[in-house]
Structures are given as structure tokens and as C-alpha cells.
Design a protein around this ligand. Structure first.
Ligand SMILES: NC(=O)c1ccc[n+]([C@@H]2O[C@H](COP(=O)([O-])OP(=O)(O)OC[C@H]3O[C@@H](n4cnc5c(N)ncnc54)[C@H](O)[C@@H]3O)[C@@H](O)[C@H]2O)c1
Length: 441
């Protein structure tokens, strides 16, 4: 294979929601991959073929590639650096209290890279980082490794979505690579060649901006449709029909036009904050994005008010919450709207019965079980038992398919507040429930 001449081993530094699918994906494409993480418990799980988080289709592919010898994992980050030619930085970039990105994980891993350079390396940022981070990476390597070391830094932002990460790795809409040298360009083009996907090759600063611009635009679409939803509610129109009516215009597109309780997760909230921060640093007035954020933060209030409109007093009411993950098909609860909803309803004195197909163990760490105020249930039906209302907070497929007649038999008051507009109001009403959606009749 010609590509074997360019480079031999791909290293993936950080085996979280992005790093693990990336490592497994490259191995499945036939590359030799070494994955590493500073969390040794996580590495042990992965080495035994277990995915440390819920991600459909990832575990079988992980096992296959470990067994076939294309993927190796180690908790010795330095060893992974020394063994690899290309290094993908996939560590976390959480936000600091002031909204700016915390780049300490990036700096730490780059220092390890610097201390273990044993020949030319192509260092690729996959973590979402502010524009000009690559400059800092270069400077840091030169400081800790000294001059005379040969390396390139490239940017290859990640667009995969939790819940469909495996599919997104193999069928990306586009791959963005920001490079400063021919060698970096050729290596990355070679690496991604088997995917046959559209590739945008640009400079590093531009690639870094593309990721933040993409997530900010998605957040903007969500806040936009949420404002339309409030207007629809005020005048008796239906936001789902408006979304369809505008979304069929290819200049707008149908995705990210689902009105509801707003976006959450590890990416949109923090990336939007980071982008606002970057713009301010460079004296660019991007107050448009501040408004997007403000609209999103107000969604929880709007939702809780809707629950109050449905139930009047919440104190001592038993409320079932269906869905806790920040979105379906993941157990990730980082910045999940459910956490804020739970907190607000507990403050009101409601008794909560929670159910999620995947995320309950994670939520338990934040809100330990405390009967009768807070109870975790094994099924949606169990959560609905003796409840005065069901709130849909995450649109898992199983809620769409639920047998409403069965729910009716166990619930105390047949009321549904659908924070994700994921149910068919007619079906729910015909089953004898009061249905409250977001911006729909
Ligand atoms: N989660 C997503 O859907 C998604 C999508 C696109 C981009 N991103 C971006 O990708 C990056 C990673 O996100 P994630 O969701 O995978 O985070 P994560 O928290 O799931 O994973 C990060 C991993 O890095 C490890 N780590 C931290 N410091 C390390 C070090 N010094 N050496 C080795 N490993 C180290 C952590 O132990 C953890 O396992 C972030 O910048 C994020 O914004 C995330």
C-alpha cells in the first residue's frame, strides 16, 4: 500500500466521546492505531473491549479492531506519542466560569508530546479549540522540546454527533483540514482517502474558525425556531408547520428547526460561549450570539411555566420525567436541560419519578435517589405510575412508540407536557390525555 510509505501509526490522545470513535474508525479503515488516555480506569475498560459510555455500534467495532490487532490502547501517553507518526489531540476543552475555554488538558498533552518527540510528528487538533491555538501548540512544543525538532501542527475539527458517532465517522458530510505544509496536507489526505468524503483543505486559523462557526450557527437555528415557537403560541399558530414550511427551502434546510426546551450537551453551549469570548478578545461585536444564548437559557423557564399552566401548583405533585440525556442515543448529561428542569421542579416541591433508557446512572451522581422526592424508575410506564403529569425532556424513540392506553391505566392525571414536540398530539389526545407542546396547538 502506497500510504504505508508516508506514515505507519496513528496515535489518538484522549479516548472520550470523540477520541474513541476516531481511534476505532481509523483502525477499521485499516490503519495501525495506538489510543491513549490519562484515565487509566477508562483505558482498562477499553482494553477489555468495553466502551466506557453509551454509543450505539461502537463496542462491537472496538472489539473487532482490538482482536485483529489494528488497535492498541495504553495508559502511557508518552509511549503512544513515541510509537505514532500522526497524533490526534482529542482531549477535553471544557469552559471556565467566565465562558472562555479551559485549554489545560490541551497544554498538558502537548507537553507530553514535546517530551516524547523521537522524530517528525504531525500533531492534529481534533478537540474544539479557539482560533490561534495551533500557534500556542507550536510555541509550547518548541519551549519544551527545544529547537531542531521536526513537527507540523494541523487542525482537523470534529463534527461527529454523539449517538451517531460511528456512522458520522464513516460517512462525514465533510472533512476539514487546516494545514501549513505540503507534508501535513498529503498525510491527512492519504489518511482520509478511504472515506471518499468531500474535503475542505484550508489554513489552520480558518479550520479552527470553521468548527466554532458551525456550532454557533446550529445554536442560532435552534434559538431562532424557539422564538418562532413562542410567537406561534401567542397567536395560535403551529411551529412544527412553520418549520416544515421554511425548512423545505434548501437555503434554510429542515434540520435543527425543532422547537422545544433548547440545546444542551458538551458542545453547543460551551462552543458558543467560547466563540463569543474569542470575538470579544478581537474586538468584534458578535452580540447576535449573546442573544442566541439568552434565548436558550430562557427555555427552561418557559418549560417550567408550561408545566405550571398544566398543573397549577407543583408542590406535592408527582411528576414523571421521561428522558434525561442531553439528546437521544447517548448517556451524556453534560449541560443537559433535564438537570435544570429537575432542580427547578424540586425547588417547587414536586415529587419526581425519573426514567431514561441510558443516562440514569450518570444523573444519579448529580441527584442521588431520595424517595419520595426523587425516584429512579426502570421503565417509562413505571415512572408514569401515579404521576400527575409526564414531561418529555429527551425525545427517545421509545416514547414516540409508547402504548398510551397502558400509560392511561397507571397515571393519576392524564397530562403530557412535550418539551421536545416529539409526540403526535392527536394520538395522545385521542388516548384521553391533555397534551401541551411547545408552540403548537
Ligand atoms: N462530544 C462531542 O460530541 C464532540 C463533537 C465534536 C467535537 N468535540 C470536541 O472534542 C473534544 C473532546 O470532547 P469529548 O466529548 O470526547 O470529551 P471527553 O471528556 O469525553 O474526552 C476527553 C478525554 O481526554 C482525556 N484526557 C484529558 N487530559 C488528557 C491528557 N493529558 N492525556 C491523555 N488524555 C487526556 C480524558 O481523560 C477524557 O477521556 C472537545 O474539545 C470537544 O469540544 C466533542
Amino acid at each position: 500500500m502506497a500510504e504505508r510509505k508516508l506514515f505507519k501509526t496513528v496515535g489518538v490522545l484522549g479516548l472520550g466521546h470523540v477520541g474513541l470513535p476516531t481511534a476505532v474508525g481509523f483502525a477499521e479503515l485499516g490503519w495501525q492505531v495506538v489510543g491513549t488516555d490519562s484515565d487509566s480506569a477508562k483505558v482498562s475498560l477499553i482494553a477489555d473491549g468495553h466502551c466506557p459510555f453509551y454509543e450505539p455500534d461502537l463496542e462491537p467495532l472496538l472489539r473487532k479492531n482490538l482482536a485483529e490487532g489494528r488497535l492498541k490502547v495504553t495508559c502511557d501517553v508518552g509511549e503512544a506519542v513515541r510509537e505514532s507518526d500522526i497524533l490526534f489531540v482529542c482531549v477535553g476543552t471544557p469552559q471556565k466560569p467566565d465562558g472562555s475555554p479551559d485549554l489545560s488538558q490541551v497544554e498538558a498533552v502537548i507537553r507530553t508530546v514535546a517530551e516524547n518527540l523521537n522524530g517528525y510528528k504531525l500533531i492534529v487538533e481534533k478537540s474544539t479549540v479557539p482560533v490561534q491555538t495551533a500557534q500556542w501548540i507550536k510555541r509550547t512544543i518548541l519551549r519544551y522540546a527545544g529547537s531542531g525538532t521536526e513537527f507540523d501542527v494541523a487542525s482537523n475539527p470534529e463534527f461527529l454527533r454523539e449517538g451517531t458517532a460511528v456512522h458520522d465517522f464513516f460517512y462525514p458530510d465533510r472533512i476539514v483540514i487546516g494545514v501549513e505544509s505540503e507534508r501535513a496536507r498529503n498525510w491527512l489526505l492519504e489518511l482520509y482517502k478511504p472515506l471518499n468524503a468531500p474535503i475542505v483543505v484550508t489554513d489552520v486559523n480558518t479550520a479552527e474558525i470553521i468548527k466554532h462557526a458551525a456550532n454557533s450557527f446550529l445554536a442560532l437555528k435552534i434559538s431562532f425556531i424557539n422564538m418562532i415557537s413562542d410567537l406561534c403560541e401567542a397567536v395560535g399558530a403551529d411551529v412544527t408547520e412553520v418549520a416544515r414550511g421554511i425548512g423545505l427551502d434548501p437555503r434554510i434546510g429542515p434540520q435543527f428547526l425543532q422547537a422545544g426546551i433548547g440545546y444542551g450537551g458538551y458542545c453547543l453551549p460551551k462552543d458558543l460561549k467560547a466563540f463569543i469570548h474569542i470575538a470579544e478578545e478581537h474586538r468584534v461585536d458578535f452580540s447576535l450570539l449573546k442573544e442566541v444564548e439568552r434565548v436558550n437559557e430562557a427555555r427552561i423557564d418557559r418549560f417550567v411555566r408550561k408545566v405550571q399552566q398544566a398543573l397549577w401548583v407543583l408542590k406535592e405533585k408527582t411528576i414523571a420525567i421521561w428522558g434525561l440525556a442531553f439528546k437521544p442515543n447517548t448517556d451524556d448529561i453534560r449541560e443537559a436541560p433535564s438537570l435544570k428542569v429537575i432542580s427547578r421542579l424540586l425547588d417547587e416541591g414536586a415529587k419526581l419519578r425519573l426514567y431514561d433508557p441510558a443516562a440514569m446512572n450518570n444523573v444519579r451522581q448529580v441527584f442521588p435517589e431520595n424517595p419520595p422526592s426523587l425516584v429512579y424508575c426502570k421503565s417509562a410506564i413505571e415512572a408514569a405510575t401515579n404521576a400527575h403529569a409526564i414531561l418529555i425532556v429527551t425525545e427517545w424513540e421509545e416514547f414516540r412508540k409508547i402504548d398510551w392506553a397502558k400509560v392511561k391505566q397507571v397515571i393519576a392525571l392524564p397530562i403530557v407536557v412535550d418539551g421536545r414536540n416529539c409526540l403526535d398530539p392527536k394520538t395522545v389526545r385521542e388516548a384521553g390525555f391533555e397534551y401541551y407542546g411547545m408552540g403548537r396547538k
